[in-house]
Design a binder for this molecule. Structure first.
Ligand code: FES
Length: 137
């Protein structure tokens, strides 16, 4: 067995570091500040006149329930899937900011086939920017 010490080569081009010299700051670093760790988005519930602040990527159904918004009609209250994208009772209309939501899921495409393009299932939509929502359209 060969010793590992024989493979070690002396390092070349090592420059000494002077602690009194500050490293040059690249202009890109200054003009491109780090993205904040927490980004908030606003959700406006038009019919109810309420606004909720959520974190980026929040689930629209969960945030609506937390805000005290009633998403479901009578039938939906009696039988809904609890947010698993199976019943289609959490339909909302996106009045503004549809581009700020996650893309429609396959289930939404099937369930909302005959509905306007502005309709979404709240349980399937993730919020990434300001949106205005009309419940029970
Ligand atoms: S709660 Fe059932 S599909 Fe949204």
């Amino acid at each position: 067995m060969q010793s590992a010490d024989t493979d070690i080569q002396p390092a070349e081009n090592i420059q000494s570091i002077n602690p009194n010299e500050s490293p040059a700051i690249e202009p890109e670093t200054v003009s491109n500040p780090a993205k904040p760790l927490f980004q908030s988005v606003s959700i406006t519930f038009v019919k109810e006149g309420k606004e909720a602040i959520a974190s980026d990527g929040a689930n629209l159904r969960i945030k609506a329930i937390e805000t005290g918004i009633d998403l479901y009609t009578f039938g939906g209250k009696m039988m809904n899937c609890g947010g698993y994208g199976q019943c289609g009772t959490c339909i909302v209309e996106i009045v503004e900011g549809a581009d700020n939501l996650s893309p429609r899921t396959d289930f939404e495409n099937r369930k909302l086939k005959k509905k306007p393009a502005t309709y979404r299932l709240a349980c399937q939509a993730l919020v990434h920017g300001a949106v205005s929502v009309k419940t029970k359209p």
